[in-house]
Design a protein around this ligand. Structure first.
Ligand code: HEM
Ligand SMILES: N[C@@H](CC(=O)c1ccccc1NC=O)C(=O)O
Length: 282
């Protein structure tokens, strides 16, 4: 009988003696992880606020790890592994986007009861979020100032500022595969934010108009669009959650709040991959 007195039977071989043996908690450093929540107020909802941020930061850590791998795979012309990584990061973003619904249960009245303890802390100071933006092409040297008091975060971002983006790596891969990517694009200053290169639109048009001949490139382009879409959806849910929680108050980080976040929705990582859509079939 599988259930006896309402209790599931244990299987004979199950390990129960963990003296001198690694268990679940050891492997996952659970003592550390679960003792890293330090509410400052005694408000019931502060643990929600902390855990929502910490879980997002964990997923961002994975996203960054995977995006760096995607860049290396593209540098090695290993498109299959690059595509797998892009898909994984897309799903990470879908997960952290869905997760906004948990924080959306925090009402404005509840949040104002402990917002004061946050001081000037703000998600704007998330170095992992900024690193993800950098690796996708939204570079901005000025934001490094925010991290001067945090050498580790500062160094990580400074290194990412100097590195080619995933898009740079993709374009170099396209050039090696024989696509006519202009030289100046391949040798651009990678420290700068990406700005639309109209000369790339015909390169993509050729790929999109003969998908059979360029299937791997075509599918990778679509993976990039999927990823941009997923990041935009995260930004949008953040904006909507902020709006329903603090309305149009300025942010703790000193910005105008919703207005500042709305400007992020106009940022695009891969503008030519959208521009080409207007040209297809014309
Ligand atoms: C009620 C919850 C939240 C509110 C009211 C809020 C509010 C804001 C505001 C107003 C800003 C603009 C900067 C500032 O002046 O502070 C901002 C930026 C930011 N927040 Fe939040 N936020 C919330 C939750 C979160 C969560 C859960 C995360 C996840 C890590 C997050 C990540 C970020 C990031 C990465 C930025 C920088 C965005 C950019 O540079 O475009 N926020 N937030
Ligand atoms: N910027 C938020 C505060 C906030 O959300 C926050 C504060 C401390 C640590 C992370 C935060 N999350 C995102 O901005 C606000 O203005 O209420």
């Amino acid at each position: 009988m599988a259930i006896e007195d309402g209790v599931r039977a244990m299987d004979e071989g199950m390990t129960t003696d963990f003296r001198g043996r690694m268990d679940y908690g050891d492997y996952l450093a659970l003592d550390e992880l679960l003792s890293a929540q330090h509410p400052i107020s005694d408000h019931h909802d502060e643990p929600l606020f902390i855990i929502q941020h910490q879980t997002t930061e964990l997923w961002l850590k994975l996203a960054l790890h995977e995006l760096r791998a995607v860049r290396s795979y593209l540098e090695a012309d290993d498109v299959r592994r690059a595509r797998k990584g892009l898909a994984r990061v897309k799903h990470v973003f879908h997960t952290i986007t869905d997760q906004w619904s948990v924080l959306a249960t925090l009402t404005p009245s509840e949040y104002t009861e402990f917002r004061g303890v946050l001081g000037n802390a703000s998600g704007f100071q998330s170095h992992q979020y900024r690193a993800v933006e950098f690796v996708l092409g939204n570079k901005d040297e000025r934001v490094l100032r925010v991290f001067e008091a945090r050498p580790h975060a500062h160094d990580l971002l400074a290194a990412e500022l100097e590195a080619p983006t995933v898009y740079d790596a993709f374009l170099r891969h396209l050039a090696r595969a024989g696509h006519p990517v202009p030289e100046h694009v391949l040798h651009r200053d990678v420290r700068r934010a990406w700005v639309q290169e109209d000369a790339l639109v015909p390169v993509y048009k050729a790929i999109y108009e003969d998908t059979a001949a360029h299937w791997a490139e075509y599918a990778t382009c679509e993976d990039l669009v999927d990823l941009e879409d997923a990041v935009q959806l995260w930004r949008f849910r953040h904006l909507r959650t902020v709006q329903r929680t603090i309305g149009f108050k300025p942010g703790t980080g000193g910005s105008s709040g919703v207005g500042f976040l709305r400007r992020a929705l106009d940022l695009t990582f891969f503008p030519e991959l959208y521009a080409v859509r207007t040209q297809i079939g014309t």
